[in-house]
Ligand binder design. Structure first.
Ligand SMILES: NC(=O)c1ccc[n+]([C@@H]2O[C@H](COP(=O)([O-])OP(=O)(O)OC[C@H]3O[C@@H](n4cnc5c(N)ncnc54)[C@H](O)[C@@H]3O)[C@@H](O)[C@H]2O)c1
Ligand SMILES: [Zn+2]
Length: 252
């Protein structure tokens, strides 16, 4: 184990354009459930087609909002964990260019990591499904909780939704462009808590391997990319990443 930790740290020390790719497993140690962990993942409790799909949101907005509201409270109360903080420290050491995240919880920003691309949007904002105007999420929460109405746009009366990508919605092209730009000269991709089953993220390891970059993974479960990685830990991010960053700090 110690050998693997120092191998991982050495890779970081030798690399110059390091990008972290983070999934829902990054935030489970902050108390936010992921989708696919056995026993605790959200998919063990709800049907994905019922929740977080755009068609289901349109046809049954208040049922969806009731469920999202519960998850939203967990997200809004959550604090960055040891893993988020370790990434911020790595960036301050000049060893992390940026983060591509599938997460919608804003915890990287709360931990003060810079250059974060939120591939799936954020639940800290609401968007009008008609005119695309962006509101703080509190606008939507106030309408739903205090006024007991379906959240609506103050400009055009369209329905509001959290500004996160639902199943059945395309990702924003400007976000995809920012991710591609960040990966263009990446020489080390650190993959943290992503099952790597959802596109486009599932494609990113291929993309960087093709340009000669290395990949390292920390995930409590196996992923399809374990065989292509320089170092793999099947451990919690919060247990491993701070130890790696501590070595980097001592040795650079
Ligand atoms: N926090 C959030 O913002 C949040 C929460 C749930 C779902 N989502 C959405 O879920 C989608 C699913 O993709 P995904 O790959 O991110 O999630 P996922 O649920 O498919 O995979 C999470 C992975 O993290 C691993 N994991 C869980 N806790 C861990 C820990 N402490 N340390 C290391 N590994 C850990 C699991 O083994 C799993 O492989 C994303 O698109 C995202 O938008 C986001
Ligand atoms: Zn509108």
């Amino acid at each position: 184990m110690e050998r693997k930790i120092s191998d991982f740290a050495n890779l970081i020390i030798k690399s110059h354009n390091i990008v972290a790719l983070t999934g829902a497993g990054m935030s489970t140690e902050s108390g936010i459930p992921d989708f696919r962990s056995p026993g605790t993942g959200l998919w063990t409790k709800v049907d994905p087609s019922e929740f977080a799909s755009i068609n289901s949101y349109i046809s049954n907005t208040s049922k969806n909002l009731n469920f999202m509201f519960e998850l939203g409270i967990t997200i809004f109360r959550a604090k960055p964990n040891k893993g988020h903080k370790a990434l911020t420290k790595l960036q301050k050491l000049g060893k992390l260019k940026g983060v591509l995240t599938q997460n919608i919880d804003g915890l990287h920003q709360k931990a003060r990591t810079k250059n974060v691309v939120e591939l799936h949007g954020t639940v800290n904002e609401a968007i009008c499904m008609n005119c695309k105007k962006i509101y703080p999420i509190t606008t939507m929460i106030n309408q739903f909780v205090k006024e007991r109405t379906t959240p609506y746009c103050l400009e055009c009366n369209g329905i509001l939704k959290p500004n996160a990508i639902f199943f059945g919605e395309p990702l924003e092209s400007k976000v995809l462009d920012a991710a591609n730009k960040m990966l263009a000269d990446c020489d080390l991709l650190i993959i943290l808590g992503s099952s790597l089953l959802v596109y486009p993220v599932a494609f990113y390891p291929h993309k960087v391997l093709e340009i000669g970059a290395k990949i390292c993974i920390i995930n409590i479960q196996e992923t399809d990319f374990d065989p292509y990685s320089e170092v793999v830990f099947h451990e919690k991010i919060g247990t491993i990443l701070p130890q790696i960053v501590e070595i980097v700090e001592k040795e650079i």
